[in-house]
Design a protein around this ligand. Structure first.
Ligand code: NAD
Length: 478
């Protein structure tokens, strides 16, 4: 279904994120017939160039960042006809008049700020001063949304000075993933899971986002942030919210976000004993974290594992373990809901028996499976085994429908539709920082030094021990 006609202005339209994700994503939506004939995309960035040069640049980016076979020259050329460009100075006056002349009345106007957060205020102010934005316009901002509560509040204030909260779309691309939305469908569209979805039946939950890449060229930048700020405060927190929230009364933006906010506010402070931080060592395939960060003294974590507790009726006593890091064994993101064992086993003790687990896989192969116990086939008596009830999207939906839109393209279309459900509200982001800040301050006060781990492993020993002490174990990163 095509969305309404729009003018989408991408500030930072020549940058890495725009070339890698935003523009290829928009091309995909164009090919899917979702972009009305009059929709336009306007790149706005510092580079002095004309629209023709920009079109060439975007065509190159599509060829570079989309897999071969998923684009063709003809449709790329048609897509590029929708593009315009204006050289603009976010901090000065250059280009603003021209931009004001380009955007049209009577269409959805959206402004994607794919630039450093330090420019948000300048851009928001000029959008208004030059009459480019109006009370209906939408503004999209990228992570990082602050580096602590104070800076997040300042960013919210800068945006609020010119835009109403209902106009602000804070992107967390994890929320655009098909499986993440499916998590809500599975929880709230079935009767099967929700009655068991609490501390009485769930032993614990594991959320893992493991990456194989090093911090590489972004090392010096990453060193100022670390895994807690870069991944936990936003992406893992959002996943945790969707797993743990109460059923909203409607699938509507504020109903959903109110419930997520309650989860964040119910998070207990995390004691140092429940956190393990790590830094990768160097090996033949690459330098150590400290070398990548160009900081031989760095105390920033490239890995973190932690046990989190939610202080409310539903979750009291059920820990949620979070784990994320760089240069680990595999690129894998999943949520595993580990159910308790049946209260009494009529089959006696059986070696290696494990309970039901619902695994929600974000990558690779988005999908879900539920591990259930059955009888081992054959004449061997009543021996039990576990098998997965599997639902991989590719298998379940067939190749066409399984071609699920990338998170970015889905989210951009939601902006045009004016649907904020999958975007973070300002108070959510602030509450997440309010929980994160004291943890990070504690490390700084204690001058906490991360534990080293081998590249290609599943993280530092301490992370395994964290689970073992609780009589549990991490799911294997394969
Ligand atoms: P980039 O450095 O590649 O691009 C920056 C863009 O901003 C360029 O188009 C540049 O022309 C424009 N710009 C810079 N100063 C300007 C000014 N004064 N006036 C007008 N335009 C100006 O950055 P990026 O990697 O594309 O990241 C953009 C934003 O998105 C950052 O806030 C970043 O943290 C965030 N982000 C990036 C990624 C990613 O994968 N690259 C992922 C998540 C979030």
């Amino acid at each position: 279904i095509p969305v309404d006609p729009f003018d989408l202005v991408i500030f930072g339209g020549t940058g890495d994120l725009a070339r890698r994700k935003i523009l290829p994503g928009l091309y995909h939506r164009f090919c899917a017939g979702q972009m009305p004939a009059t929709a336009r995309i306007i790149g706005a960035a510092r580079t002095e160039q004309d629209a023709a040069a920009y079109r060439g640049q975007v065509a190159e980016a599509i060829a570079e960042f989309l897999p071969e076979g998923s684009w063709d020259a003809e449709s790329v050329a048609q897509f590029c006809e929708r593009l315009d460009y204006v050289a603009i100075d976010a901090r000065g006056e250059g280009g603003w008049k021209e931009l004001a002349g380009l955007v049209r009345e009577g269409v959805v106007r959206a402004f994607y700020l794919s630039v450093a957060p330090s420019l948000f205020g300048d851009i928001a102010e000029r959008l208004h001063a030059h009459g480019v934005a109006d009370g209906e316009s939408r503004i999209v901002v990228e992570k990082p949304f602050g580096r602590d509560l104070a800076s997040a509040r300042a960013l919210n204030a800068v945006l609020a000075a010119h835009f109403d909260e209902s106009q602000i779309y804070r992107i967390d691309h994890y929320l655009g993933k098909e499986t993440v939305q499916n998590l809500m469908a599975v929880r709230f569209g079935n009767i099967l899971f929700e009655p068991l979805w609490n501390a009485q039946y769930i032993d614990h939950i594991q959320i893992t986002v493991s990456e194989t890449v090093a911090v590489g060229g972004r090392g010096a930048y990453y060193d100022k942030s670390g895994a807690m700020r870069d991944m936990v405060q936003n992406h893992l927190m959002q996943l945790l919210c969707l797993i743990a929230m109460e059923p909203p009364s409607k699938f509507e933006p504020d109903a959903v976000r109110d419930e997520k906010l309650k989860v964040i506010r119910a998070l207990e402070p995390v004691p140092p004993s429940a956190i393990v931080r790590g830094q990768y060592r160097g090996d033949a395939n690459g330098p150590s974290y400290r070398e990548d960060a160009e900081n031989p003294e760095s105390r920033t974590e490239s890995f973190i594992a932690m046990r989190v507790q939610i202080a409310n009726w539903r979750w009291s006593g059920t820990p949620i373990y979070l784990r994320t890091g760089k240069r680990l064994r595999a690129r894998e993101s999943e949520i595993a809901v580990v159910f308790k064992d049946p209260p009494h086993s009529i089959f006696g003790e059986q070696e290696g028996r494990r309970g039901n687990v619902l695994v929600i896989r974000l990558q690779p192969d988005e999908g879900m499976h539920l591990r259930v116990t059955i009888k081992e086939p054959g004449p061997g008596g009543m021996r039990l085994m576990e098998v997965p009830l599997d639902m991989s999207f590719a298998d379940a939906l067939g190749p066409d429908e399984a071609d699920v839109p990338d998170a970015y393209e889905r989210l951009i279309m939601d902006v045009i539709r004016g649907n904020q459900t999958l975007f973070m509200r300002g108070d959510e982001v602030e509450a997440a920082w309010a929980w994160t800040d004291p943890i990070i301050e504690g490390w700084e006060e204690r001058r906490d030094v991360p534990e080293l781990y081998d590249p290609g492993s599943s993280g530092p020993e301490g992370a395994l021990a964290l689970m073992h002490r609780d009589g549990r174990r991490w799911r294997e990163i394969k």
